[in-house]
Design a protein around this ligand. Sequence first.
Ligand SMILES: [Zn+2]
Length: 227
Amino acid sequence: MSKQAVIIYGPPGSGKGTQAELLARKYNFIHFDSGRYIESLVHDKALQKNPIIRRERKNFDTGILCTPTWVLKIVTEATARIAKAGYGIVYSGSLRTMFESFGDKKNKGLLLNLVKFYGRKNIRVLALKVRPASSLKRNSSRRVCSVCGMPMLAKFTHRECDFCEGLLRKRTLDTPSVIKVRLKQYADRTYPIIARMKKNGFRVIEINGEPAPYKIHALIVKKLGLE
Ligand SMILES: [Zn+2]
């Protein structure tokens, strides 16, 4: 079967990271998280002599957006390596902006590169839909492990990580007022990208994100034809 490139969209708390992780664990996809990748790159000790890395590290550490052309370049390069190694790829927080997705006159967007690496028919866009109330509820009770970063579902929340027994913490992004801003940002920024993908003939699959993650996973497996 041909390798696929799967782009998962969903508001905060929709479980897109969980779904990406499930695909990675069970079907040999590489789960590519741009934020985490950028963080590891700019903090890489071996790269600190590189002036571009130093510039982007400053942006990253002070919460300023990293330079879009640089982000597009490194994400495209990483994607090329993954495709070349013969793996499918699943994104849970990438192709966030029009520029990253479609590029401009001078820069080829990630989407066209995915067409080159995987073939147009092997690109799937999944849009998880959850009600704003569910999104708020899930986010404000969410905890992550301070050691391994493993997210814990709200109803199982206790003080220690199930995986490494590290202390759980609440993410600063998960307060109700911040979540409301993030929800609006998601709608403003992401809906136009999904609409343009549809218009350009990419297959967009809408999925109800309210059920338990394992049920959504089963549905995704079916929709992607992985069984
Ligand atoms: Zn842990």
